[in-house]
Design a protein around this ligand. Sequence first.
Ligand code: CP3
Length: 355
Amino acid sequence: MAQFPKLLNDRLLRAARGESVDAAPVWVMRQAGRYLPEFREMRAEADFFKICQTPELACEITLQPIRRFELDAAIIFSDILVVPQALGMKVEMKPGVGPVFDKPLVNPGDIDRLTIPDVNTVLKYVFDAITLTRHKLEGKVPLIGFTGAPWTLMSYMIEGGGSKTQSKAKKWLYQHPEASHKLLKIITDVNVEYLVGQVRAGAQLLQVFESNAEYLGPVEFSKFALPCLIEINRRVKDKLVAEGLDIVPMTVFAKGAHYALAELGGSGYDVVGLDWTIDPTEARKLVGPNVTLQGNLDPCGLYAPSTDIEARVKMMVQQFGRDRWIANLGHGIYPDMDPESVETFVNSIHSHTKL
Ligand code: CP3
């Protein structure tokens, strides 16, 4: 494996492993994005997926928030939808609309349209971006890699983009459970290769985004989503060991899955991400003492005046405690938010948790 600069800030990794920290680590979901004028400037000149596919550009955007704020982690600039693309689907990112698939999956027979990729070839551009970024970070903070969880990716592949109900994708779960399992397995297998490849390339923590968990309930989540999540964590770590690589901590963020927090706590993931709708004390009771929690300020809390953001942070510190906690929002930051609010959030997490 390539030699990278020595890591100078290991708060994120220490918190993920349950070790003591000198202050709580903090990062922000979607920290590289449209709320930053320097991102919008680059985006005006280049297509979204073109940026993802160009390691120098993806690296530059990853570093933008790190230059501005005292964040404790960088997350590689990419998207969960690069996996459906790797499976042969065409996806465009339309400004003001979001992702649009050219030919979504309609019937179980459409699964045969997917091509099983050689991940190391097809997604090499992500690995190259990660390696370049590890060097350019100069050890300042660790680099997070990520993927979309199988159910969330399946739902995008069937809905063809965003959806208010996910009814087309959920219809598969009820009408075609076998085909659903087949599709979920294809995505699970690609995700395992993809995440291991990210670690080989230099990723130091991996996050799995189950953003569409909120559309399921406990029964369907246990049947279709959770087994894949558990399998990904186990297989990735087994493979890392088999390759003689260090095991990296893994985070599962299943948005809206209050109903499954106890199961997620026992799923083998080191970190469980929380959205803002659950009380941290309640979440801690459900997941148990041996995992790290991540979250969970309501992203819209960043619209509040800075004194109110600070007051909220103080409350979060009381509820989460300073150990086994990675501070973050409960979902991604919105494009119209003020970068200064991010600064307030980040700095007050540090000032209220410093030893
Ligand atoms: O967090 C980061 O800074 C790293 C980059 C990142 C992006 N997407 C960049 C992005 C990450 C981690 C993601 C994950 C992602 N992508 C998720 C899971 C997290 C979540 O939000 O629930 C999902 C569901 C997607 C799919 C996706 N990508 C959607 C639905 C959209 C449209 C909505 C939106 O926010 O614009 C995107 C677009 C996207 N992904 C943008 C960025 C910076 C904006 C694209 C643009 O510039 O037009």
